[in-house]
Design a protein around this ligand. Sequence first.
Ligand code: NDP
Ligand code: GDP
Length: 327
Amino acid sequence: MTNKCAVITGITGQDGAYLAQLLLDKGYKVVGVVRRSSHFGVATHRLDWLKIADRVELVDGDLLDLGGLSRIIREHQPDEVYNLAAQSFVKTSWAQPSLTAQATGVGVVNMLEAVRAEAPDARFYQASSSEMYGLIQEAEQSEATPFYPRSPYAVAKLMGHWMTVNYRESFGMFACSGILFNHESPLRGLEFVTRKVTDAAARIHLGLADELAMGNIDAKRDWGHARDYVRAMWMMLQHDTPDDYVVATGRTVTVRDMVNVAFSHVGLDPEKYLRIDPQFFRPAEVDVLLGNPDKARRVLGWEATTTMEDMIREMVDADIARHNTVR
Ligand code: NDP
Ligand code: GDP
């Protein structure tokens, strides 16, 4: 057990919730930064689902507000800071490019500045993304693969990534950038493709829906489980030296194959329900992502433990249980 303190931005999101659970289990004091909402209580639904909402300390803060972030870091003097907050949905980034650049890009600079000024010895984790590889320059993407971002989201993430590297090299900060490939769970947002599919499979199975409208089902992703991936974040900050790591499973599958896993789990034929709808296509697509996690395995001893199939089945079961409780 430890008596360390960690500050997590994005604690109300999927990864923030799982990371908070992991750190609480290790004895950390967890301080979560939450942006103000008029909907009291809604923000903590993922923490509630994990039954940890009353074990974390939530403080008001926004990535766009350097003054507030600085006060939080000054007051809590964390040992570790995990910057998970972002406008994180790729499709929305074309509708709100400026907001995405601010939150997902400049927000990282604000966090780095707050830590540099108020707790320069704190260890810093930045949530970077495989979307930075975009139009892939190598069949398997590693830490050495050149980036080619294909969305305002990916461009903003690239800024955050290089700022993290730059603060490490310029100021000697213990700053790590985790280049995480897609990771999912029952706590994934409903707008992302896996959860959209598992929720639809659950609703069709229960007679609550009769179709699923989707975009490009030929896209391929390297999907892992969020529970495994937050463990990699923590492991990066426990290592002797700060560095950047790809976190992935090393296997890529099509959206179509993932849909088949979800629907066959409840005995349904997806062909009967699937409808292709142009509104779900993107102005520019990332056709395929496949990560090479060798460095994380070799240096950190990290490995993914959950297959895409097991994860999707867990998500379908969780969605069925959710719909059953509200009926
Ligand atoms: P979510 O979308 O589930 O969570 C995003 C979090 O950011 C929420 O807590 C949200 O708060 C918060 N947030 C958004 N804008 C602000 C802001 N201006 N100030 C403070 N908080 C803000 O994302 P995930 O948990 O899935 O991902 C965590 C991080 O990892 C993100 O940065 C994402 O881009 C990145 N990432 C995720 C991958 C994945 O596959 N999941 C892959 C690679 C990178 P609120 O609840 O108020 O909306
Ligand atoms: P991303 O990789 O961060 O963009 O994660 P998403 O889960 O949003 O999308 C993964 C892939 O699924 C992308 O290539 C999308 O174009 C594709 N996709 C196909 N249909 C859909 C859909 O209906 N919704 C979403 N979100 N993605 C879809």
